[in-house]
Write a protein that binds this ligand. Structure first.
Ligand SMILES: [Cu+2]
Length: 698
């Protein structure tokens, strides 16, 4: 039993960020050290059960199955309750509990980066290179107000640690990944510092050819992406940090679900952050950040696929949207009484967005580069917020918070495209709108026995419509959806977390009512010209509700042997129309069995997904719409890892070992892409995939 608990302790220590957060949720990111003797990094096939209410934390650099993630959406796949809507090989959209798009906030070191593409080629996670981060935290539910407005389903935090160096030190981290279908990734990071200053340099690159599904059908899915980051920090004393950093990245990606590919995903970023912890008095910490993000995206029908004229696009068409986001936040963490009965975090945040676009229907005669960029939309939002924890006793507490967001959006479009060739005068040209939207929550938490906690809370979040809901859709009655109402979610969340020496488990349940849920519907008939009709994509408000649950278990049942299991389910209804709410994932279960010693491990993953019969044809969200029912599937994967010394680890896997041909229920519809086989209804997942990853740390 002693050795059993010892190895489980090691096993927990490999999730150091996780434990740090669990034991000191107030002190974020102080240590994330992995430097012990030889200690194998376990292959993550399912994210660890929650240790604190509503939070799932993972290490984006840990070896994972399926093949280690190359973008931010894939990095979330292991978390129960998350699904990813596939479009091709990269840039899928993450969905939490059936809620996609801006219902799930994505913050990169506290910064918003919203995509530029009106057709949603670039969700925020398309600009995430997971290995460049130290930690990913998913916070479920409208149960926090610290991380920006409108996160009605939850928020994902991609974060880096910014520790002060106690003595001069240099750390080098690198990784190489190779896999089937020409997959190859490189990652190198150097962090060096001494007590007063530090510097960080990091580069990532990932590329793949088109993959094949289990039937040997080639899917348009090739991509190449890279990023580079530099940061300089000043830490004059233990309680002060100032960091200036910059990121540039770019990429290109083929899509299997549409008539264009993404030939440019350029990002430029500049960021300044400061943190001060006085060490005495009621102010524990004050932190501030300012950021600039610019996204420049190009999509076309000729650079990544053989050009083929079509009725919709007879020429070499290209579209070049861009978005600039400027924002910042100031947050104070207070400890108003010396006995620590109270903790209070309060602050303000701001963000402004400017979106522009330029298009051409024939780039060979009328190149888009020679055109002016035309501003079509601006958004600004200013929020004030406060969140407090009141300890009622040693073992129970109340957590509560509220925020108020003042939104302003302006419509600059003179005309609205109605299909590829036509356009109409914009009835809301020059209009602006303002909204003041409150959000709030209240939660009770109780540590009812050692290692076990229960919680229950109610939260309300009001979400302003995003760019895709206001500007890239029509409404039912107009070519402009600029009048779409804000969405109001009221949700009950409850759950249990448990941890002993050999068992870690969590159960979360939720139920909500969503008033004015923003539903996106395709193929909506509208009168066109003298006679016929045309099919429009519209945004409209309906009332909805959903409920669901996630359960996770990690059980060290015998020395070296671990069983991992998770189940997630959700059921959504469109109350206005008495039909299922669209784009809800089916019941899913995962079972993993692994054997690990200090230096090697072998493991397996069985992932089973049920059929989905509840659907609403052509309805959905800004990412995708329901295509019909889907059948269930089971996929089996195998992995092994070897760590000969503390500097190197080699991990390898076979994903979809039986080469099953299948598609996820939440997927974009397959499209005919020139040079590729006839499409399937949904974009099929990859067939058997072999991969290997070499990690090194010095
Ligand atoms: Cu695009």
């Amino acid at each position: 039993m002693k050795s059993l608990s010892h190895s489980f302790a090691n096993y927990l220590r490999t999730n150091a960020a996780f434990s740090t957060l669990a034991f000191a949720p107030w002190l974020h990111a102080n240590s994330h050290e992995h430097e012990h003797a030889v200690e194998l990094e376990r292959v993550v096939i399912s994210a660890r059960p929650s240790e604190r209410p509503l939070a799932i934390v993972t290490d984006p650099r840990a070896p994972a199955q399926p093949i280690p993630a190359q973008d931010g959406a894939e990095a979330l796949r292991g978390m129960a309750g998350i699904a990813v809507i596939r479009k091709g090989g990269t840039d899928g959209d993450p969905v939490l509990r059936g809620m996609a798009g801006s219902r799930l906030g994505i913050l990169l070191d506290g910064e918003n980066i919203l995509g530029g593409c009106g057709n949603r080629m670039d969700p925020p996670t398309a600009y995430v290179f997971p290995s460049a981060y130290d930690r990913i935290t998913l916070l479920k539910g409208p149960q926090s107000v610290l991380h920006g407005p409108g996160n009605s389903a939850g928020v994902v935090l991609f974060e880096r640690n910014t520790p002060r160096y106690s003595e001069p030190a240099t750390k080098i981290t690198g990784a190489l990944t190779i896999g089937s279908y020409g997959r190859n990734d490189q990652f190198l990071e150097v962090r060096t510092g001494q007590p007063r200053v530090y510097a960080e340099l990091a580069g990532t690159r990932t590329a793949s050819d088109d993959y094949e599904d289990g039937d040997g059908r080639t899917i348009a899915s090739a991509y190449e992406r890279w990023s580079a980051r530099a940061a300089f920090g000043w830490t004059p004393d233990a309680g002060t940090l100032v960091e200036l950093s910059s990121i540039v990245s770019d990429g290109e990606a083929a899509y299997a679900d549409r008539a264009m590919d993404g030939s440019k995903f350029a990002r430029r970023n500049l960021s300044l952050r400061a943190r001060k912890s006085p060490g005495t008095g009621i102010i524990e910490q004050v932190e501030a950040n300012l950021f600039f993000n610019a996204v420049d995206h190009v999509m076309d029908n000729y650079s990544l696929r053989p050009f083929q004229p079509s009725a919709m696009m007879p020429g070499r068409a290209a579209s070049n949207p861009d978005r600039q986001t400027i924002g910042g936040r100031i947050l104070a963490k207070l400890s108003p009484d010396s006995a620590d009965h109270w903790k209070l975090s309060a602050g303000t945040d701001y963000q402004s967005n400017r979106h522009r676009v330029r298009n051409t229907s024939d780039n060979s005669t009328d190149p888009y580069r020679s055109k002016m960029r035309e501003k079509d939309a601006t958004f600004t939002v200013t929020g004030v917020f406060a969140e407090a924890t009141r300890h009622l006793s040693e073992s129970d507490r109340i957590v509560t918070g509220a925020r108020l967001d003042a939104w302003r959006a302006r419509d600059y479009r003179k005309a609205v495209a109605t299909g590829m060739m036509g356009s109409a005068v914009n009835p809301t040209a020059g209009h602006s709108r303002n909204s003041q939207l409150p959000s709030y929550f209240l939660r009770y938490e109780n540590d009812w026995r050692p290692g076990a906690s229960v919680y229950a809370g109610i939260g309300h979040a009001q979400r302003f419509p995003d760019y895709w809901e206001l500007f890239s859709k029509e409404s039912a009655v107009s070519v402009s959806a600029f009048g779409t109402r804000p969405e109001r979610t009221t949700q009950f969340d409850a759950g249990v977390t448990y941890r002993s020496r050999t068992v870690q488990a969590s159960l979360a349940v939720f139920a909500n009512r969503i008033d004015d849920f923003i539903l996106i519907e395709t193929a909506y008939p509208k009168p066109s010209g003298m006679m016929g009709t045309r099919r429009a994509t519209i945004a409209r408000n309906v009332d909805a509700e959903s409920l669901g649950s996630e359960a996770s278990l990690s059980w060290l049942f015998s020395e070296g042997w671990t069983l991992d299991a998770s189940v997630s389910m959700v059921r959504g209804d469109n109350r206005t129309e008495s039909r299922p709410l669209a784009q809800q994932p089916p019941l899913e279960g995962r079972l993993g069995l692994s054997y690990a010693t200090q230096t090697w491990s072998v493991g397996s993953l069985v992932r089973s997904v049920a059929r989905q019969n509840r659907f609403a044809l052509n309805q959905g969200n800004i990412v995708g719409q329901d295509l019909g029912p889907s059948s269930g599937f089971t996929v089996i994967s195998l992995n092994a890892a070897w760590k000969p010394n503390r500097h190197w680890q080699l991990t390898a896997g076979i994903d979809n070992a039986l080469n099953h041909a299948y598609a996820e229920h939440l997927s974009r519809g397959g499209a005919q892409v020139s040079g590729f086989p006839a499409p399937t209804l949904r974009v099929n997942e990859p067939g058997r995939t072999l991969w290997a990853k070499l990690d090194c740390k010095w």
